[in-house]
Design a protein around this ligand. Sequence first.
Ligand SMILES: [Zn+2]
Length: 217
Amino acid sequence: MRVFRAVAVVALFVSIGLGIVWYLYRAGYPLPSSITRIIPVRPPVPEGILIHHSATPFRLKGRMVDARKIDEMHQQRGFSIVCGEKTYHIGYHYVILPDGRIQPGRPENCPGAHSGQSYYNQRYLGICLVGDFDSHGRWNGRRSPKEPTPAQIQSLVKLCAKLIQKYNIPLQNVRRHRDVSQTYCPGDYFPYRRVQMLIAQELEKRIQNASVTHPTH
Ligand SMILES: [Zn+2]
């Protein structure tokens, strides 16, 4: 009987210990590598999307601003991480060009470097629209802000709807960078309300299409 009691006490302490370790791990505390190896590292499941602009003109020094250019810019700013044994410099998960093309940045299961806060870097996917959509934006003393192109808006809406369905992201977790940080990003010309409405419409369309292509009878 005494043995059983001893075993129960040991089991209790072990589970409390593991519980504390698990809590610290979930809270983002770095763990000693021996413990990291014991706990299977679950790839983070995105809980939201943060929308950004590149705060640049469409072209810089005659070169198109795209994922590769942003990769170089973020390498200089020290945003690099190693994820899945590959090194990524670009802090965003996706880049949307003025013509609507969507370019991949970091893989979706790698933490981003786009919000300035570890909470959102860990849990939110970062999508960057190339351009400067803020009235404060100036390049070489010239104001260059404008709205995103219709093609960019269309791609953003489709990409957000796809990610929302894939990860079960609540629509209200599609937010602007400025909603979580001291920044103008993605600018006061970014039509946030319209984008939210278009995403809701796109989701509705996808749900209707799914029920048409998969009849229940
Ligand atoms: Zn931003």
